[in-house]
Design a binder for this molecule. Structure first.
Ligand code: SAH
Length: 211
């Protein structure tokens, strides 16, 4: 799986601007036991570079997208991260291998509780999962060095921009539901000014709002 992700980095180099996977992310991808975070019926497919269904109509991104988003955020060991869309907990685990603390919010209670239990079994003491609407972020723990959104809103949620530390970075897919979206990398500079870069076209499940 890691070799396939390496190959995709090479193919997409001109688009992403990244020459290769960073050693920290490669190490995390090699280490996280993806088969223990996906439903048992998907375990035999866990080490392919593919998206996988995780129940409740949700899918987890292919490992290439997880690696790419993490590398684009240039994470530092001391960083504190907010993830919106816990899903299986896989991306939270990859992040937890490279930063100090991960706060992750999931809207669907059954998915969030399952991920929380599996992450605890795998020994990730530096991940906190909460059930809620990630559109609003996690104000009690803000500001964050990094925010990763793993479901696509139609516009960038302002609360997430507000909860980004000056110098912080936010990555998210933005665009229409069930269609092609843009993976955007947003940076907030020391003065609080925002810059947005479109990285590549992607397809994520929609960011849902509670009814
Ligand atoms: N990062 C996850 C990917 C999960 S797919 C992983 O590695 O497995 C996206 C997830 O976002 C789904 O589980 C979906 O239920 C969740 N989601 C959708 N809208 C949300 C919202 N408003 N707040 C929090 N989570 C949301």
């Amino acid at each position: 799986m890691v070799a396939e992700v390496d190959a995709m980095y090479a193919e997409t180099r001109s688009e992403t601007g990244l020459r290769a996977m960073s050693p920290a992310v490669r190490n995390a991808l090699g280490k996280v036991e993806r088969h223990r975070l996906v439903p048992a019926r998907e375990a035999s497919r866990a080490y392919r570079n593919h998206p996988l269904p995780i129940g409740d109509g949700q899918t987890i991104s292919q490992p290439y997208i997880v690696a790419l988003s993490t590398d684009l955020l240039n994470p530092k060991p001391q960083d504190v991260v907010l993830e919106v869309g816990t899903g299986s907990g896989y991306q939270a685990a990859v992040l937890a291998e490279v930063v100090s603390k991960v706060y992750s919010i999931e809207l669907i209670e059954s998915l969030g509780l399952t991920a929380q239990k599996r992450l605890a079994e795998l020994g990730y003491g530096n991940i906190e999962v909460r059930i809620g609407d990630g559109y609003a972020g996690w104000p009690e723990e803000a500001p964050f060095d990094i925010i990763v959104v793993t479901a696509a809103p139609e516009h960038v949620p302002q609360p997430l921009i507000d909860q980004l530390r000056p110098g912080g970075r936010l990555i998210l897919p933005v665009g229409p539901r069930f269609s092609v979206q843009q993976l955007q990398l947003i940076e907030k500079d020391a003065a609080g000014e925002i810059t947005i870069r479109n990285v590549s076209p992607v397809m994520f499940v929609p960011l849902r709002r509670p009814s």
